[in-house]
Ligand binder design. Sequence first.
Ligand SMILES: Cc1cc2nc3c(=O)[nH]c(=O)nc-3n(C[C@H](O)[C@H](O)[C@H](O)COP(=O)(O)O)c2cc1C
Ligand code: SF4
Ligand code: SF4
Length: 268
Amino acid sequence: MEISGTELVYFSPTGTTRRVLNGIAKGLGYERVGMLDVTMTQSREWGEGVGDADNVVVIGAPVYAGRVAATAAERIKQLEGKGRAAVVVVVYGNRDYDDALLELSDLAKAAGFVVVAGGAFIGEHSFSTDECELAVGRPDEVDANAAVSFGEQVRGKLDGLSGLGDVEGVGLPGNAEYKDGMSVNDMGPSTDEGKCGMCGICVEVCPVDAISMEGFELKTDMQKCILCGACVRECRVGARALDDERIEGIRQRLKAGCEVRREPEVFV
Ligand SMILES: Cc1cc2nc3c(=O)[nH]c(=O)nc-3n(C[C@H](O)[C@H](O)[C@H](O)COP(=O)(O)O)c2cc1C
Ligand code: SF4
Ligand code: SF4
């Protein structure tokens, strides 16, 4: 079937989901590639943003507690698929993606897309630190090649279809009764005031506007914070840290239980 271009739609606070989607776009091979980054609250109109009617839309989100990150889910619900083909992609930190891929597919269908394929890829865990490395460096070259190859497989499938009416359901793993996601949160990164130069970068990169500057003080609204790690990664002087002891506990459990390298899985 005729597809005119690729639109990448992603929520990606620490950038791994975005990188995986770029690889998939390369494999799809359509000349025109558009991007709708729904990570920040000031993103352009989400509903309208998926481009031409004959685009294939690649929708990517990170896995949080075995589910689609809730903020991503809220934003994906606002898209208007209008019968466009969609590829759903979750990126997780080498523990597991549990029900997230199925959930993302359900979200895409509810928003009016026809899901033609799905994939689960691995990205450096948002909680990874120099002292406790979790899936560091991923997606790496092997993952990048897998993303391109997935895009090529999807292109082959699309080229072989006469229309989206031919698409049979894609069997994706996961339970229809999704596992419980993250419970209400009262944690967030701390700021080392001795290091912080009040540059404001963390305020700009926070996907949920949880950080504010009040006079010469940086405040984090722990009820709003989704623990995404963007401010920690982007602070150039290392003043932000996810060092709550409960997060440190999770880190240690992940380190002990998720050492075995997991590989991308695709469903075409
Ligand atoms: C709050 C939170 C919960 C997470 N839960 C999981 C999980 O259940 N399984 C997993 O393997 N990785 C989990 N991760 C890791 C992310 O899925 C992973 O780091 C992903 O690559 C982040 O995507 P991004 O770089 O696009 O933000 C979690 C990360 C955060 C911040
Ligand atoms: S990015 Fe770092 S230095 Fe800049 S305001 Fe935030 S904590 Fe301070
Ligand atoms: S304050 Fe929380 S939600 Fe905002 S960027 Fe930092 S970790 Fe992410």
